[in-house]
Design a protein. Structure first.
Length: 222
């Protein structure tokens, strides 16, 4: 799955990118993507996707990379490459993921960015991804998972705000995120407006709970 444009030289990290050793220490930075003006409750922390925190692959290391063909729903063959860059990218509400710039020589010398979390890179040491296509698609959705504050119906016929696990389906440029709801009274509904979204993790759930607001996990309510 190609996420970033190609380039002839390694991508330099953004000026406010944080390194693995302190990546949960700060939530709001100039490179965070918070679509609302609501301040997150105290205790909210960025979501760090599974990866190798503190075990960055060395520059110049030999790896293999591949892309996922969305049309055929199959992985393309592995090709050899060399690590020439690394950075931490932030997605929705501060979700962090490791990206590696890799130079390949087949069929021509080229540089592209790959995401180990999605199974696009293996090094035989830290990253040995599965070939399961369904697993890859689930991980794409997982990158977009958030707690979304939406209006939900109550037993007396009125509505109230609650935080539900959801997948962001709209573009980052849209002023109000649209989500697919994963749990709670609106489970399965698509294109639900969510003016406020927060990172999907235990720390954030606890922060929301302490404010007295209703919050749901995928397997029930808190």
């Amino acid at each position: 799955m190609q996420v970033y444009a190609s380039s002839s030289s390694p991508m330099s990290p953004p000026p406010f990118a944080r390194h693995p050793e302190n990546r949960q220490s700060q939530l709001l930075t100039p490179v965070s993507h918070f679509p609302s003006r609501m301040l997150p409750p105290p205790g909210t922390t960025p979501r760090v996707l599974p990866g190798v925190i503190g075990q960055q692959i060395s520059m110049g290391a030999a790896v293999e990379v591949r892309r996922f063909n969305m049309r055929t729903k199959e992985w393309m063959p592995w090709i050899p490459g060399i690590i020439i860059g690394h950075r931490i990218e932030r997605f929705h509400v501060g979700t962090e993921v490791d990206l590696y710039d890799v130079q390949t020589t087949y069929p021509n010398t080229w540089m592209e960015t790959y995401i180990p979390f999605l199974g696009e890179l293996r090094d035989g040491l830290y990253f040995n991804p599965s070939d399961n296509a369904r697993e890859m698609m689930d991980k794409v959705a997982d990158m977009k998972k958030v707690f979304a504050c939406v209006q939900v119906p109550s037993s007396n016929g009125s509505s109230a705000h609650a935080w539900l696990p959801a997948i962001v389906t709209s573009r980052r440029s849209e002023p109000v995120p649209q989500v697919y709801v994963l749990a709670g009274p609106l489970r399965g509904q698509k294109s639900v407006s969510a003016p406020h979204i927060l990172p999907y993790n235990i720390e954030t759930a606890e922060a929301i709970r302490k404010t007295g607001q209703a919050i749901y996990w995928e397997k029930g309510t808190d």
